[in-house]
Write a protein that binds this ligand. Sequence first.
Ligand SMILES: [Zn+2]
Ligand SMILES: [Zn+2]
Length: 378
Amino acid sequence: MELVFLGTGSNNPSPHRGASSLALRVSGTSNIYLFDCGEGTQIQIQRSAIRASRITKIFITHLHGDHIFGLPGLLCTLSSSPSMSSLILYGPLGLREFIETTLRLSCSHLSFNCEFVEIIPNSYDGIDETFIKTTIEKQEKNERCRIVNIHEDGSYHLISNEDNCSVYAVSIKHRVPTYGFIIVENDLPGKFDIKKLQESGIKPGPFCSRLKLGETVTLDDGRILSPTDYVGPSRPGRRLVILGDCSDASNVIPFAQQCDVLVHECTHDDSLHEKAIDFGHSTPSIATLLAERCDAKCLLLNHFSQRYKSKTTIESNTIENKENLNKKHKREDDNDDEEDEDDDDVTVDLLLEQAKQRTSRPVFIADDFFTYTIPLPK
Ligand SMILES: [Zn+2]
Ligand SMILES: [Zn+2]
């Protein structure tokens, strides 16, 4: 299992940081799950080692523009791929309407089968009940869309035992209905004890793979090998927690205990705590507190305000035309968050330092194209 961060900026894409998107290579298959699809995601995919036609499922955390404005374009591009046969999109109520309206008004048609699973928020999300009711009424007439009601505890079991994993959606606190996704890998087979086999005077051969799968094997010389003698107990699969924008994701705690990786947004640094909360966002303190409460094995921070440059950007800015880049960064129209002032001296290192002051767990800054392989359990 491998995470590839395609876009890690909040609010808007910029020359140095793409809008939100994250790809997961699912273990044991060639399938890719995509989490959010901000503007420019398809270009980021082309710049990465990810093959777009391998995407089988897209999960949308919430409907703010910096998380969905790349979707119509990506779907149209995928439409020209002969290997695309179907795609399922999971996300909040309204996702299907956004896609279908955009495709209809732009006279675009998809060549593959595109299905939707929309999550109906509950009172936790504080959404207007009339909006929910009218949208559900519309949905019932649509065969390509399944709607699911989030439970009282703010969770929903979206996928069971597909691609060797299950996926849960959990409500988290932002300014609009927003979900975190928990990916739980199926249990893994136990470790094969090849040393014990050799100590029994048996030469390893093709029969080992059958033994690993739990089969009893009879050798040519008549000896019978039982898997329980050479294969250890099965190991719990890996658990990944991928959060959307949030100022409070404590709802995920029961589902995220001892997760192998927690991907948490970190839009602002700790000195801007109030601003972060006002806009439904997080700081290093908020992210590390959740990592502690979940006993997470690793914390990956993303969704940075464009104020926080990566070090490589600072270096390239000094070589390239810095003034030009700064002019380009100043964008006024805002689909999600507040406009940030540009400050060339601030880098994501500030966020990392603040996080490391609050936790001794491994913490990483996920810049664009940062790749993290989730280690197998020991
Ligand atoms: Zn955002
Ligand atoms: Zn947002």
